[in-house]
Design a protein around this ligand. Structure first.
Ligand code: PEP
Ligand code: MG
Length: 894
């Protein structure tokens, strides 16, 4: 039979799903013999049943009775007894820590009778009445939902009336009066008396903790932390121990080692004669933990022993909350301590040096997300700054610069040596030049896979997107936000890691860990300004080396230019997984593609193509040279056509105007007719990828020839180019077959002309559901697969990757349809299932078929683990994410 209640001596730390983090750790501490006040945990399952049925399961009441009686027998006290009462706290505790988000009620069991018992037992009447008023106050607010200000005002009133300065100055008689006043508030507000029956208090408090799972702030927190809404919280019912019973009592928090450096030592704070909430409220200054030794040597010694015990047991840095009640030490909570990114690396390697964990465990404890925090330049957090707005953090980093609204301004100002932030409603390929020279990009529209976001991430450029509160008005050369009007030339600062936009200059610091990654250990150590940073760099180095040694998957980079390729290589990329050749035709060269696409006659097209050949060959020579000796997957052009053609509306307006003014240019009229002919309502599902290649055969042929000739030229000069030809947007094996036939013919011809054998691998993207479902057929013609999870996600969900994030993802995240954008982390049930199908299908035809992924997910930590499990051979991601992918691929393998 399933049970809803686990006494602390019956659970353990591995039951976090059921007992919550706090409950599982209280059980574990009990199990290893540490002094935990007796208590029990009500499971998350009970909470889920309560949420589903709207009432607590009847069995729960029975099990609570049994658990309470067991404690009463052990303690020799009764809940709410009027001599020596047992009091309990009722605390929330979910699987994932949600600090301060849910409710706690202390001192449950106090009433008009037992308050006297407490006074008797403690010998302190003031303490007893103070405890009682705290209960009514806390219970009134959290359980009965009464406005907390009413109690706070009554407390102030009582202090005024008795001339007390702080709460502590109130006498027992004052507090007795205050209790009466509090009870009156309850009656006035709720039309009922404060419940006197201890069991009724307990049951109501339990339900209130369950309810607190669904408060607005808790939901908001979970959304941000990606915690599912259906887990529910456990409830811990714990015997009260008091840190406010005089000078031999107190309360504190401690860490088993320095939470920032990982060094061992005594770290924590202590407050004598106080309860936990007083420490949090900061009413009095705490003492460094080491001073407890002089106050209570025995408890201090016991605490140090418990810390050592816990650390050895958990083999990790733990934090602990404790209370000393009249010289007796009690541990109220422990957990594996939260830490900063830098501390994660330091603590892990420190523990390895102390032989507490292995290097495998160490890398499991350092995440790619933590590494990425160490790599990006950051704003100096101590600097003064004015926040203008907060939007989507699309590409991390910190950038400061003058506002510019277009390419021309961006080029002009950066040409003068000024740093700029390109501000646009949204970006499109025409903005590329501006993006390249800008220090950062800010848009008022678009989501994490919008053009601005993807391109910025690819360039490692800081970007904040979808800042809807900003009204961008390029015509007026101004942006309006937070009641201000900012014009071109004014300075703003954007934080791509948090999505914050600040007014004015905010100082930026370079990261020494980045120096290490890009230039090696020596350089990183030289950039470290202090011993702690040097230690950090050594720690990161050890973790990275171990991850590299352990990982099965290779890590490649998405790189379109030689510069990208070099940048990727120094960061440890083992090749290029995706060169998007269409990016080579943005900017000035866009016209060349436009001519090819719009040419009406074959000779016109061939002339346009012929002009492109030397340009493309040079592109590939540079790229392959930068990746010499390593594979480079070059994808044949995949332009959503609209990105390369003039905008239909703009052009139509231009021609109409010219007609009115009698200044018509016939070329514009012809162009307009051609653009109309090619116009697509939905270009992302239109004439792109292999479809365009088959419709305009010369285009792919030109690229294949350029690859072949570049390869020949490099080989002749003694280099080792390793291009792989990749065909985009394949949905049918026949499409690939047709391109392959053509490619093999060109490779054979170029090879023969130079007497060089050119058997370059020819493979394809798997980025359409049909491709994944027919992968067993496609593998007949493919030397390799690369999953394009951007398009695969787009087509699996039927979500337009350019539009949906801004349009309704916020609602979908709110109502739980999504917990995270599927464009960011692979949706394992949908697009992920297609990946698994594609892998199985491909390898059923060609065992050992080489398979990778080059969608944005290739650099996402969670997705990398999925790809490892799916059996992929490599992930490919932007050069800046290469170190993160190396680490995560290593973590996936241990
Ligand atoms: C993809 O679809 O995942 C992919 C890598 O191609 P692109 O993003 O260029 O469409
Ligand atoms: Mg694609």
């Amino acid at each position: 039979m399933s049970r809803y209640v686990y006494p602390f001596d019956q659970g353990d730390k591995d039951q976090k799903d059921l007992l919550g983090g706090k409950g599982a750790n209280l059980a574990e501490m009990t199990k290893i013999g540490l002094p935990v006040p007796p208590g029990f945990t009500i499971t998350t399952q009970a909470c889920r049943a309560y949420m589903k049925d709207g009432h607590v399961p009847p069995e729960l009441r029975v099990e609570v009775t049994m658990a309470i009686r067991e404690i009463e027998d052990r303690m020799g006290r009764r809940l709410g007894d009027f001599h020596d009462p047992l009091l309990v706290s009722v605390r929330s505790g979910a699987k994932f820590s949600m600090p301060g988000m849910m409710e706690t009620v202390l001192n449950v069991g106090l009433n008009d009778a037992s308050v006297k018992g407490l006074a008797e037992f403690s010998g302190d009447e003031r303490f007893a009445w103070d405890s009682y008023r705290r209960l009514i106050q806390m219970f009134g607010r959290t359980v009965l939902g009464i406005d907390g200000d009413l109690f706070a005002e009554a407390l102030e009133e009582a202090k005024r009336a008795s001339g007390a300065i702080t709460d502590v100055d109130l006498s027992a008689a004052d507090l007795k009066g205050l209790v009466e006043r509090f009870k009156q508030i309850v009656r006035e507000q709720r039309g009922r008396d404060f419940p006197q029956h201890p069991r009724e208090q307990l049951d109501m408090a339990i339900e209130a903790v369950f309810d607190s799972w669904n408060t607005e702030r808790a939901r908001l927190y979970r959304r941000r932390e990606r915690i599912p809404h259906d887990l529910g919280t456990a409830v811990n019912v714990v015997t009260m121990v008091f840190g406010n019973l005089g000078e031999s009592s107190g309360t504190g928090v401690c860490f088993t080692r320095d939470p920032s450096t990982g060094h061992s030592g005594v770290y924590g704070d202590y407050l004598a004669n106080a309860q936990g909430e007083d420490v949090v409220a900061g009413i009095r200054n705490t003492l460094p933990l080491a001073e407890l030794e002089s106050l209570d040597k025995t408890s201090y010694g016991e605490l140090l022993q418990a810390m050592r015990r816990l650390e050895t047991h958990y083999r990790d840095l733990c934090d602990i909350e404790f209370t000393i009640e009249r010289g007796t030490l009690w541990l109220l909570q422990t957990r594996v301590g939260k830490r900063t990114a830098a501390a994660a690396f330091r603590v892990a390697t420190q523990l390895v040096d102390e032989h507490l964990i292995t290097m495998d465990e160490a890398i499991a404890r350092c995440t790619g997300a933590q590494l990425s925090q160490l790599l990006f330049p950051q704003f100096d957090a101590t600097a003064e700054r004015e926040l203008l707005t907060k939007a989507m953090p699309a590409s991390p980093g910190a950038a400061v610069g003058e506002i510019v609204f277009d390419n021309a301004q961006a080029l002009e100002r950066t040409g003068e040596g000024v740093s700029v932030i390109l501000v646009r409603r949204e970006t499109n390929p025409d903005d590329l030049q501006g993006m390249i020279v800008a220090s950062g990009v800010l848009t008022s529209r678009g989501g994490k896979t919008s053009h601005a976001a993807v391109v910025a991430r690819g360039m490692g450029k800081c970007a904040v997107v979808g800042a809807e509160e900003i009204d961008v008005d390029p015509a007026a050369q101004e942006m309006r936000v937070a009641g201000r009007v900012l014009t071109a030339g004014e300075t703003i600062a954007i934080d791509g890691s948090t999505g914050e936009v600040f007014l004015g200059d905010v100082p930026v610091e370079d990261s020494p860990v980045m120096v290490y990654i890009a230039a090696g250990l020596e350089a990183g150590l030289a950039a470290a300004e202090d011993e702690a940073t040097a230690e950090l760099i050594h720690a990161v180095d050890r973790v990275m080396n171990h991850a590299d040694a352990k990982r099965r998957m290779q890590v490649r980079a998405n790189a379109d230019t030689a510069e990208d390729a070099r940048r990727a290589r120094v960061r440890g990329a083992q090749g290029i997984g995706l060169c998007r050749t269409e990016h080579q035709f943005l900017g000035d060269r866009r016209r060349d593609i436009e001519r090819v696409v719009l040419a009406e006659a074959d000779d016109e097209r061939e002339a346009a193509l012929a002009e492109l050949l030397p340009v493309q060959r040079q592109d590939f020579i540079e790229l392959l040279e930068a990746m010499d000796g390593l594979p480079a997957t070059i994808r044949l052009i995949d332009p959503p056509l609209h990105e390369f053609l003039p905008d239909l509306t703009d052009l139509a307006v231009k021609v109409a105007r010219a007609e009115d003014e009698g200044t018509v240019d016939e070329r514009d009229v012809a162009l307009l007719a051609a653009v109309r002919r090619m116009h697509e309502a939905n270009p992302m599902l239109g004439l792109r990828g292999v479809r365009l290649g088959l419709k305009l055969p010369g285009l792919f042929a030109l690229q294949i020839r350029a690859i072949a000739e570049a390869t020949v030229q490099l080989r002749k000069s003694g280099k080792d180019p390793r291009p792989e030809i990749m065909v985009p947007l394949v949905g049918s094996v026949r499409e690939l077959h047709l391109v392959r036939e053509q490619a093999e013919a060109i490779l054979a011809e170029v090879g023969a002309a130079h007497d060089i054998r050119l058997d370059l691998p020819i493979g394809c993207m798997i980025e359409l559901p049909r491709a994944a479902l027919t992968a067993h057929r496609i593998a007949e013609e493919a030397d390799f697969f690369s999953f394009g999870t951007n398009d695969l996600t787009q087509t699996a969900w039927g979500f337009s990757r350019d539009d949906v994030e801004g349009a309704f993802f916020a609602d979908y995240l709110e109502n739980g349809v999504l917990t995270i954008s599927p464009f960011e982390t692979i949706d394992s049930d949908g697009a992920g299932a297609l990946v698994l199908t594609g892998v199985a299908g491909g390898r059923s035809t060609v065992p050992g078929l080489h398979i990778g992924v080059c969608g944005e997910h290739g650099g996402d930590p969670e997705s990398i683990h999925f790809f490892h499990d799916a059996g992929l051979d490599y992930v490919s991601c932007s050069p800046f994410r290469v170190p993160i992918a190396r680490l995560e691929a290593g973590r996936a393998a241990v």
